[in-house]
Every structure is written in C-alpha cells, then in structure tokens.
Design a protein around this ligand. Structure first.
Ligand SMILES: Cc1ncc(COP(=O)(O)O)c(C=O)c1O
Length: 373
C-alpha cells in the first residue's frame, strides 16, 4: 500500500514534545491515573487487582454497555471498542472500501479519511469549507451536487477539527435525507461530541438517527485522555461491525486491560470530567475573544459553539508553515499551520488546556515584537 505521509502527525512529531507552549492542541487537559482512581472509593484497590490477561476482542462487556449508554438507541452489541479513533477509522475504510469506490470527504479533514481511501484507489471528492464574513460554512447545495455521484461513503466530522464548525440538527437531517436517497453510509467522526459549549446545540449521534450511520468516538479529545488509547466504532449495521472486528484480528487483537478498566471508570463519571473540561474551554474562549479583537487587523477569529479548536485566518502576507515555524523558533509557541490540512493562510488554535493563558501571553509577546506594538 502506498500512502501519503500524514502531514499533521509528522508536524506534531517534530514539535509537540519539544515546544514549551502548546497553543494548538486538539485535546482537553489530561488527568492522571490517580485523579481517575479518586472518582470512586474502591477504584484504586480494584485497579491493583485487575487481571492482565487478553481482553475480549469486541471490548470489555461492561465498557461496551457503558459506551452504549452515551447514545439513545444503541446496545452493547452495536459497539466495537478499539485503539483510539484512528484504529476504527482505519478498520472501517479497509473493510468497506475498494478501488474505484466513490467517497465524499468533508474538508479540511483529519487526513486518514482522505489518504487511506486514496491509497486504496477510491475516487475521493472533497466537500470544502467556505469562509463567509469570517465564518466557516459547509454549503448543502454543494453537497447535494456531490451526492448525485452516488458515493458509497460520506465522511463527516462534527464538531469539526480544525474549523470548530458544528452542524445544526436541521443540517444533520438534510444531510441524512441526501444520503438515504442513495443508500450512502455516513461515517461521522464525533470525537468532540459532548463538548458543546451550550448543551442545547448538541445533535444526535449519527448511529442513533441513521440506519447506515457509523459513529466514531474516543476518550482522547473531549475527555482529554489520549494516553488511554480507547475509542469506539458504533453502528446498527452488523456487517460493518463484524467486518471491522474481523480485520482487527490483524491490527491490535484486543484492548489494553488497564486502559479498559480506566475507560469504564471515566465513563461512569463522565459528567465530572466533561464539566471540568467545559469550564476550561469556556474560560479560554473569553481570553481568545479579547486577544483576537485586539489584533483584528492581523487575524480573523471564529468563536465556535463546540469543541476545543478553531481555525484562525492570517491577514498578512506570509506562508502559514513559515509563520508557525518562526513562532516556534522565536517564542517556543506551537501553532498548527493550515499547511497540514492543505488549507493555506490559516492556523489552528486549541483551547482545551489549562495553561492556554500562558501560551497566549507568549504568543502576544511574539506578535508585539514582530509588528512593533
Ligand atoms: C478529528 C479527529 N479524528 C480522529 C483523531 C484520532 O484520534 P486518536 O488520537 O484518539 O486516535 C483525531 C486526532 O487528532 C482527530 O483530531
């Protein structure tokens, strides 16, 4: 298989662990194992006794039931627990698509959903974002035209990385109606679901409301626990679940036993974790509003209504990759350049981390020096 290098992961691989101030993280503030164990009085003792044998290939039964409880009409049998969100995306694409199949990808995207189908020889069409008055728009008329190509799969991501855009219920319904017409499977990357800044804007998971829907979720982002490497693929389509599970015998076989224990514990206490993370996000958003208003001659900021990321437009004339590298070199602040999403003249900011205010202060020092303010 020939596959393009994953630009985002390559870029982060170089800078993420050597740059002091991260201002572009896509996850929320993590917790320690001790903090998770403190959620329940007997958890530490149970964790010590937890058995380190192989685990069930579809995922621990209690964990599958707990994950199903996040959804409104999903049962434990509709859940495949995997390593992160990356593994279920990979398993789905490898088992459901082949050369010549047409797919549509909401773009910019987490590169897997574009590059893996391309590597298989699929016909990939992009449903591109447009910026109108500084706001990201995904045009449903354009999607309607693309859907006339009768794609096998439509890949969505909402709340969206990197733009921060989140579909409304009406938009979701319109998209489902289009997909239903052609029997198109919708794989929706919902790794930021449950991090709506106002709960009223939450929309149903695709697996709950569409018979050919596949929901991908994970503990890495809204929950801030990427080190657990626990994610899930949810679908009422038994064929999709079974084929993914079958390929999984060739990737990771089963999940890490300690991670399954900690994931189940986290999800039993998920409201506490999510409330904490939303508190951090909302505080950081207010700081970003103030910052970008002050520097509106240089940047266009969009305040999203969900998730911990947004895409900032650069109003000055410099390639985004060169700008991001200059900011790393001069001030030890990491931005994620639009280059990694094939979307130039933008950079992603992340606001799920507790120390974001310090990173923003450092970025402001850079801006003031660079533009002589
Ligand atoms: C939109 C999106 N989907 C999937 C993933 C992969 O998640 P994980 O690291 O949990 O495998 C990421 C990670 O950055 C992401 O941003």
């Amino acid at each position: 298989m020939t596959i393009k290098p994953f630009k985002l992961e390559r870029f982060l691989g170089v800078h993420e662990f050597s740059t002091k101030y991260l201002l572009s993280s896509s996850d929320c503030e993590s917790l320690s194992i001790g903090e998770l164990l403190a959620f329940e009085s007997d958890a530490a003792e149970k964790f010590h006794r937890h058995w380190l044998g192989y685990t069930e290939p579809m995922g621990d039964p209690e964990l599958r039931t707990t994950i199903a409880s996040i959804f409104s009409s999903i049962n434990a049998e509709d859940v495949l627990v995997c390593s992160g969100a990356e593994e279920p995306i990979y398993l789905f694409i490898q088992t459901m698509l082949k050369a010549g199949d047409r797919v549509i990808v909401q773009s910019p995207c987490y590169q897997s959903v574009q590059s893996i189908p391309e590597s298989l020889g699929c016909e990939v069409s992009l449903w591109q974002v447009h910026y109108v008055d500084g706001k990201p728009i995904f045009d449903l008329g354009e999607l309607e035209q693309l859907m006339a190509l009768q794609p096998k799969v439509l890949f969505l991501n909402t709340p969206h990385n990197p733009t921060g855009y989140h579909f409304t219920k009406e938009e979701q319904q319109a998209i489902i109606s289009l997909a239903r017409k052609y029997g198109t499977i919708i794989l929706c990357d919902e790794v930021y679901r449950e991090l709506e800044h106002d709960p009223a804007v939450q929309i149903p998971a695709i697996a709950d409301v569409y018979e050919h829907g596949v929901s991908i979720g994970v503990l890495s982002k809204a929950y801030g626990l990427p080190g657990l490497r626990i994610g899930w693929l949810i679908s009422k389509r038994k064929d999709i679940l079974e084929e993914a599970a079958s390929l999984r015998d060739y990737t990771t076989i089963c999940n890490s036993a300690p991670s399954e224990f900690l994931a189940t514990l986290t999800l039993r206490n998920r409201k506490k974790v999510l409330d904490r993370n939303l508190g951090i996000v909302n505080k950081n958003l207010d700081l970003l509003d103030i910052f970008f208003e002050k520097y509106e001659d240089l940047f266009t900021w969009y305040r999203p209504n969900a998730g911990p990321v947004s895409f900032v437009r650069m109003k000055f004339d410099q390639p985004d990759l060169a700008f991001a590298e200059e900011v790393v070199q001069k001030q030890q602040v990491l931005l994620l350049p639009g280059y990694v999403f094939d979307y130039p003249r933008f950079f992603r900011v992340g606001f799920g981390r507790k120390n974001m205010s310090q990173s923003l202060e450092q970025f402001e020092l850079f801006v003031n020096q660079r533009w002589g303010r």
